[in-house]
Design a protein around this ligand. Structure first.
Ligand code: ZN
Ligand code: ZN
Length: 287
């Protein structure tokens, strides 16, 4: 075990039970390997928040799905997602809890567009077996009934238009669903920002949109995830200024090596903004 600070719980981790990891043969045994990695680095808690997606009109462009394209995309460029194997997932969680007793292992989902799919998710979310529900906005309206991700929208609309549409959907998602307690990666549309044509992503240009989204999340009593794929110091700053009280840390790992990536630096950043750990390893950090 690494000696030093106690790391925050990694509250956003994927295993082979997530469709975007599970379609890759190298993901076999990923949950176990991730738990072993947690033990090795002294991570006290993990939430395996597998993708819970029900989109049936997800239209992509050529190349947008990378290595998943061959398995999931049909000849008309619609994505067909496999059903989440909830029973298999729960069995695997139980085995890992038995085999890795030093790690608090939480169940969870990363629920995509929760304001649109409440009925489809009701059985799983109402099962009493889910510890953590992360709410994610991955897709926006495209043509007609179709929906798609920012990476695709950027090729059809202005970069600023896509970013504003993303940010303006967040308050609607918050108002339209009480099933999720944490909003993940508020910078999701910035991940694929087309810097080659638009220049570097400038958060100031969208500050009012981020702040309005954060206000909606804070006013609903929810937590905001600090997604450590990229640390952006303005995120906790604006979150606090808009009334945010709670955060989680999420690596969004799809491999064991990515677990808790960037966490020491993220924790230092959040401590600066007066966030502190709760009394149990899986608790939100609050101020
Ligand atoms: Zn996500
Ligand atoms: Zn994720």
């Amino acid at each position: 075990m690494v000696v030093g600070m106690t790391l925050p719980a990694d509250a956003h981790v994927h295993s082979e039970y997530s469709w975007d990891a599970g379609s890759d043969p190298s993901s076999v045994g990923l949950m176990r390997r991730t738990c072993a990695r947690a033990e090795l680095i002294g991570l006290p808690a993990i939430a395996f928040t597998e993708h819970l997606d029900f989109e049936d009109r997800w239209l992509v462009g050529d190349g947008d799905m990378g290595s998943h394209a061959g398995v999931l995309v049909d000849e008309d460029n619609y994505v067909h997602l496999p059903t989440f194997d909830f029973d298999g997932y729960l069995d695997s969680i139980e085995r890992c809890r038995h085999d890795f007793p030093s790690v608090k292992i939480m169940t969870g989902v990363e629920f995509g567009q929760p304001h649109l799919w409440a009925d489809a998710a009701a059985a799983i979310l109402g099962s009493g077996q889910i510890d953590r529900v992360n709410g994610s906005l991955h897709m926006l309206p495209f043509h007609g009934e179709d929906r798609t991700e920012p990476v695709t929208l950027y090729r059809h609309h202005t970069p600023a238009g896509v970013m504003w549409a993303y940010l303006e959907e967040i308050p609607r998602m918050v108002a339209g669903s009480d099933s999720f307690e944490v909003l993940t990666h508020i910078d999701y549309a910035a991940r694929t920002w087309p810097a080659n044509v638009a220049g570097p992503f400038n958060p100031r240009e969208f500050e009012e949109g981020f702040r309005a989204a954060m206000r909606a999340i804070a006013n609903s009593g929810r937590a905001l995830e600090m997604n450590t794929r990229r640390l952006r110091p303005w995120t906790p700053q604006w979150w606090v200024e808009e009334g945010g009280q709670a955060v989680t840390f999420g690596s969004d790992a799809h491999s064991a090596e990515q677990l808790a990536a960037g966490f020491p630096e993220a924790a230092a950043m959040l401590e600066y903004f007066d966030f502190r750990p709760g009394s149990h390893p899986g608790d939100f950090w609050t101020r």
